[in-house]
Ligand binder design. Structure first.
Ligand SMILES: C[S@@+](CC[C@H](N)C(=O)[O-])C[C@H]1O[C@@H](n2cnc3c(N)ncnc32)[C@H](O)[C@@H]1O
Length: 418
């Protein structure tokens, strides 16, 4: 884990648990954290006849997924022949870490038909993958296992009700099929309660490693990963930092998560990510945060939007509210279309914008306008001499844009409080 030492510090906050705070003034585009995962597991169902199209160690797309195909460059696990890898290096690393003999045996037995998992929702298969990967940490790295246990999430959290039943089912299933990992058995840790605690931690802390963006289909996760430092970021519906991941990039750090500042912030300010795309409506955000993360968001944006007249309608009416509704869209458009001319006009327009729709500036400057993208834009990292970049990168579709192409409203005078 790099760069957090001087740039960010962990602090306890009232009602929000641990948080990451700027230890010095931070610049837009600055990389404030590069974090490597302690655990990664596939997001694909466990019971599947075909090999995954990804390397089961580094999760890069395999050029030739089927090893039997002529000219294939894939390597397969010699024990199960069911997991493919992109290189002999990934294969040998996997056999001593993510795909240890214990994992290989447990996955094989869970997959064997008739598997009790085949009657369960697909989500259960992915949870089984996580539990196997988490128990395996106790075998391959006690320190990473302890790190996982120290993350937020308990079986009695309000968000864990649905995972507790899954944990009991999976715990008894896994223990009926394979001997528990020796390290957990020795410490008498292996229990349904431990499984429930682990699943609760996964729910609050796992990040999805996303498939490349496509304008025509919904973006899905290829894998999930636990990042020990990035897990300390709290949520804000108008974040001041955002994550970039480059899972298909060359090199061996392709699963690292990079967190970059969206704009400048002063020392002492909490650095927050948005746990989902920023275009979601107030009621949708509140629902996700309550159900999946166990808190009612009271960020500045939510305080303003709580008073918008159409919220009740949203809460009762919308089933799957993903985007902003039409009224919000119109407010945003109106804000962006007003072109103040004189100095006092500008001040008036800013005052109006800040009271009606204080985050219009955020949407105009930092939200990608590519169809169905809803990604967040952050400047490229400053040059070595500290010169800021005027090129913005979208953290979803990867588009690069010059600052002035995004918004022709000057930055002067509008402050963003993250
Ligand atoms: C990924 S963890 C973030 C770090 C966490 N605060 C900790 O102490 O480890 C997610 C959890 O942090 C808390 N949290 C995050 N953002 C919050 C916010 N804006 N308000 C209140 N609680 C928040 C919630 O309990 C949430 O389930």
């Amino acid at each position: 884990m790099e760069m957090t030492k001087d740039l960010l510090r962990v602090t306890e906050t009232e009602g929000r648990g641990r948080a990451l705070v700027a230890a010095q003034p931070l610049k837009g585009g600055q990389i404030v954290l590069r974090d490597s995962p302690i655990l990664i597991y596939s997001a694909l169902p466990l019971i599947s006849p075909s090999l995954h199209p990804y390397c089961n160690h580094c999760f890069k797309t395999l050029k030739q997924p089927q090893p039997q195909a002529a000219g294939s460059s894939a390597f397969v696990c010699p024990w199960c022949s069911h997991h493919a890898f992109c290189s002999s290096n990934c294969l040998s690393s996997a056999l001593s870490y993510y795909h240890s003999p214990w994992v290989c045996q447990a996955l094989r037995r869970l997959r064997d038909s008739p598997s009790p998992l085949s009657d369960q929702p697909l989500e259960r298969q992915v949870q089984a993958r996580f539990l196997i990967a988490a128990y395996n940490l106790a075998i391959v790295s006690q320190s990473n296992f302890q790190m996982l246990l120290s993350l937020q999430g308990q079986p009695d959290d309000s968000t864990a009700a649905d995972t507790t039943a899954a944990a009991h089912f999976l715990h008894y299933l896994i223990s009926s099929l394979c001997a528990p990992p020796p390290a957990l058995q020795e410490q008498q840790l292996f229990s349904a309660e431990l499984s429930a605690a682990l699943l609760a931690k996964d729910k609050l802390n796992a990040f999805g490693l996303m498939e490349p963006f496509s304008e025509t289909s919904q973006r899905s996760s290829r894998a999930y990963a636990i990042y020990p430092k990035a897990s300390f970021f709290n949520h804000d519906c108008l974040p001041n930092a955002c994550r970039f991941d480059y899972v298909d990039a060359d090199g061996d750090r392709n699963t690292d998560m990079v967190i970059r500042m969206i704009h400048d912030v002063p020392a002492g300010r909490e650095i927050c990510l948005s746990y989902f795309p920023v275009n979601q409506s107030y009621s949708s955000r509140q629902r996700t945060l309550a159900e999946d993360y166990g808190f009612a968001c009271q960020c500045d944006r939510c305080k303003v939007e709580a008073n918008w007249s159409d919220n009740e309608e949203n809460i009762e009416g919308e089933e799957e509210a993903e985007g902003m509704d039409e009224d919000q869209d119109q407010e945003m458009e109106a804000a962006s279309e007003s072109e103040p001319e004189s100095g006092s006009d500008i001040e008036e327009a800013q005052a109006q914008m800040e009271s009606d729709f204080p985050h219009a500036y955020f949407f105009l400057s930092f939200m990608c306008n590519r169809t169905n993208c809803w990604g967040t834009l952050a400047p490229l990292p400053p040059k070595d001499d500290g010169t800021p970049s005027n090129v913005m990168e979208c953290n979803v579709c990867g588009n690069l844009k010059k600052d002035e192409e995004i918004s022709d409203h000057g930055h002067d005078g509008l402050s963003i409080d993250g």
